[in-house]
Design a protein around this ligand. Structure first.
Ligand code: SF4
Length: 364
C-alpha cells in the first residue's frame, strides 16, 4: 500500500562535504571513515591540489570502492563552478564562479611575461564601501569558506597555458580579507603547502583596507606573507570620505604596518587609488610624504579605472600621476605606478559580478 507522502518518513538530506574545506588531518579522517588508508588521503589530496581533479571519478589510483564510499557519504571535490569568463586584449582573464548557495565571486588571472598573477576574493561583496569601488555597492553577504578561497586558485591555475606556472597570488578581489582570517589563513596554508599548490609565502600578498588589530593578528600567522594596505589618503578626513567605514586613524594604520615589517621582515605596500582632483593634489602628496617619507615601505599608485556604476569621479591624466609620483619620490617615498590592466573588459573589481552568469548586465 502506498504511503501518504505527508506521513512517510523522510530520508535525511545528504550533507555535502567539500573536501577543499578540510586540512590534512580532517581529510585523512574522512578517508579512513570511508574505509581508506592514510596514504590514500595523501593520494586524494594530490589529485585535488596538484592535478586539479574536479570529480572523484578522475582519481584513478584510488580504489573504486573507496571513491564510491566517499561519494555516497556526500564528499565532493569542488563546491564552485565556472559560470562565465572574459578575456582582455592584454591577456587578462576574468572568471565568474558560482558558489553552492547561488552566490558568485570573481577571480582574475593577469599574465605579464613570465609572471602569472591571480587575484582572488575572500567575501561575497564587501563591507568596506570605498566610494570608487563596485564591489562594495551591495554591501557584504557572507564570508567565503576555506574551500571557496582555495578553489579560486584551482580554477585560475587551470586557465594557464600548458607548462606555465602560477607565480603570484594577490588577495585583493572582493571583500576585506582580514575580516575573514578564520577561513583565509587555513586557505593560505593549503595554497602554500609544498605537497599541494605549493606557492611560496613571498609570492602571496594579502590586501587590507587598514584594520590595525587584524593586521597584528595576521602578523601572528606562521608564514611571512606580503601585506598591502589600501590607504588612498594620509589625511584622516579625506580618507574617511573615500573609505566611509574607516575607523582607525592613519597614524594607527601606519604604525601597525611598520610593526608588521618588524615582525615578519616584509615591507608593506601602501595602495593609493588616485582620483582626479580628489586625492591627487600636491597637498595630498605632501601628506603622504609626512607619514611615509623615509620609512621601509612602498607606495603603489593606481590611477582609478572608471566603472559605469559609479559617477562623480575621474581618472587622473598620466602627467598628473607622474607628477604626484615625483613629489613622493622627492620626499623620500619609494613609489610604483600600476596602470590598470584589462580595462577594456570589466577589469575593475566587482564588475563581472554585477553582470549575470551569462555576462549580461544586471539591472538590480
Ligand atoms: S576597494 Fe576593496 S575594500 Fe574597498 S570596497 Fe572595494 S573590495 Fe572592499
Amino acid at each position: 500500500m502506498a504511503r501518504d507522502p505527508a506521513t512517510a518518513p523522510r530520508a535525511r538530506p545528504r550533507e555535502v562535504v567539500h573536501l577543499t574545506d578540510l586540512d590534512d588531518a580532517a581529510l585523512c579522517a574522512v578517508v579512513e571513515a570511508c574505509g581508506g588508508l592514510p596514504f590514500q588521503a595523501r593520494q586524494l589530496a594530490h589529485w585535488i591540489y596538484v592535478h586539479g581533479a574536479e570529480d572523484l571519478a578522475q582519481c584513478r589510483n584510488l580504489p573504486a570502492a573507496l571513491r564510491a564510499s566517499l561519494g555516497a557519504a556526500g564528499h565532493v571535490l569542488r563546491s564552485t563552478r565556472r559560470l562565465h569568463e572574459t578575456a582582455s586584449d592584454d591577456g587578462t582573464r576574468k572568471l565568474l564562479l558560482g558558489l553552492a548557495d547561488g552566490e558568485t565571486v570573481e577571480t582574475v588571472l593577469i599574465p605579464e611575461g613570465e609572471r602569472n598573477t591571480l587575484c582572488i576574493s575572500t567575501q561575497v561583496g564587501c563591507p568596506v564601501g570605498c566610494v570608487f569601488c563596485a564591489s562594495g555597492l551591495g554591501g557584504v553577504k557572507r564570508n567565503l569558506g576555506c574551500g571557496e578561497i582555495v578553489e579560486q586558485v584551482l580554477h585560475g591555475r587551470a586557465l594557464l597555458a600548458p607548462g606555465a606556472r602560477l607565480t603570484n597570488l594577490v588577495v585583493m578581489g572582493m571583500g576585506e580579507p582580514l575580516l575573514n582570517l578564520r577561513n583565509l589563513l587555513p586557505a593560505l596554508e593549503r595554497i602554500h603547502d609544498p605537497a599541494g599548490i605549493h606557492l611560496g609565502a613571498r609570492r602571496i600578498t594579502v590586501s587590507t583596507s587598514g584594520l590595525p588589530e587584524r593586521m597584528r593578528e595576521f602578523a601572528a600567522a606562521p608564514h611571512a606573507y606580503n601585506l598591502a594596505v589600501s590607504l588612498h589618503a594620509a589625511d584622516d578626513a579625506l580618507r574617511r570620505r573615500l573609505v566611509p567605514t574607516a575607523r582607525a586613524p592613519v597614524a594607527a594604520i601606519v604604525a601597525a604596518a611598520l610593526e608588521y615589517f618588524r615582525t615578519k621582515g616584509r615591507e608593506v605596500t601602501f595602495e593609493v587609488v588616485l582620483l582626479a582632483g580628489v586625492n591627487d593634489r600636491p597637498e595630498d602628496a605632501a601628506a603622504l610624504v609626512r607619514v611615509l617619507g623615509h620609512q621601509p615601505c612602498t607606495v603603489n599608485l593606481i590611477p582609478w579605472n572608471p566603472v559605469e556604476e559609479i559617477a562623480g569621479y575621474a581618472r587622473p591624466a598620466d602627467a598628473q600621476v607622474d607628477g604626484f609620483a615625483e613629489r613622493l619620490r622627492t620626499g623620500g617615498v619609494k613609489v610604483t605606478v600600476r596602470r590598470q590592466r584589462g580595462a577594456d573588459r570589466d577589469a575593475a573589481c566587482g564588475q563581472l559580478r554585477l553582470r549575470g552568469p551569462d555576462g549580461s548586465r544586471r539591472t538590480g
